[in-house]
Design a binder for this molecule. Structure first.
Ligand code: ADP
Ligand code: MG
Length: 245
């Protein structure tokens, strides 16, 4: 069953067209990867799917059969879409645990008692190997690059979205940091959950077994294939793709 169906999606910032007609179909439980050079429109695509108010859109996107583009950002989150940012924001003064508890009730439409939530949080933190002390620190405040990314994974683990949009979870990480993030992602992955992952590195995908890899160029998907495509791209760059120059 399809969880998301994108047809001819165009995304504009003011008059500038950034995403120029993207069509993609994602089934429940599938992992899709989007690669492509900087500036090709990957982040804009994910932001538009999450409902970022900065962009206007044309085309059609269905999420579980519903018209996504007419939904407000919080309605999309409530419906089960989660966006992890390329550069996660700091929210100083708000402890990570309170932030996550609020996010949980916003996404699931139900409150959890503080004690109950603390238990859930502790379980997820230990699962992904994150020190408990982070729970009482301000959201991402003074977190290192790797710690910020792990706090995004923690959000993912707590919120358990149906579709996670992950924008360059690997950016700014050293090899060890990347391994930790990927192992955390592997541990929290639920078999019904779907992912769209933007990355520059095929090695990011080991263990995740993507169902499809797409290459974006200048606002369009110019190639799609299986996981091998990612490894080929890492080895040879983008130039060998006919449409890529
Ligand atoms: P990627 O994530 O693939 O590196 P982006 O989606 O961030 O690419 O950006 C694609 C292009 O759109 C870039 O040229 C970028 O400068 C431009 N762009 C993105 N957002 C805006 C905006 N709000 N206003 C104007 N241009 C934008
Ligand atoms: Mg980007």
């Amino acid at each position: 069953m399809e969880i998301m169906k994108i047809e001819g999606l165009r995304v504009f910032a003011g008059k500038k067209e950034i995403v120029k007609g993207v069509s993609l179909s994602i089934k429940k439980g599938e992992v899709h990867v989007i690669m492509g050079q900087n500036g090709s429109g990957k982040s804009t695509l994910l932001n538009a799917l999450a409902g970022h108010p900065k962009y206007s859109v044309e085309g059609k996107v269905e999420f579980e059969g519903k018209d996504l583009l007419s939904m407000k950002p919080h309605e999309r989150a409530r419906a089960g879409i989660f966006l992890a940012f390329q550069t996660p924001n700091e929210v100083s003064g708000v402890p990570l645990s309170s932030f996550l508890r609020q996010a949980y009730s916003a996404c699931h439409g139900k409150e959890m008692s503080v004690a109950e939530f603390e238990r859930l949080l502790e379980e997820k933190m230990s699962l992904i190997g994150m020190d408990k002390a982070f729970a009482s620190r301000g959201v991402n405040e003074g977190f290192s690059g790797g710690e910020k990314k792990r706090s995004e994974i923690l959000q993912l683990a707590v919120l358990q979205p149906k579709l996670a949009l992950l924008d360059e979870l690997d950016s700014g990480l050293d090899i060890e940091g990347l391994a930790k993030v990927m192992s955390a992602l592997g541990k929290i992955r639920q078999k019904d959950a779907s992912f769209i992952i933007v990355t520059h590195y095929a090695r990011m995908l080991r263990g995740l077994q993507p169902d499809a890899v797409h290459v974006m160029k200048n606002g369009k998907i110019v190639a799609s294939g299986k996981a091998e495509l990612a490894y080929k791209l890492e080895e040879r760059g983008y130039a060998w793709i006919g449409d890529y120059s």
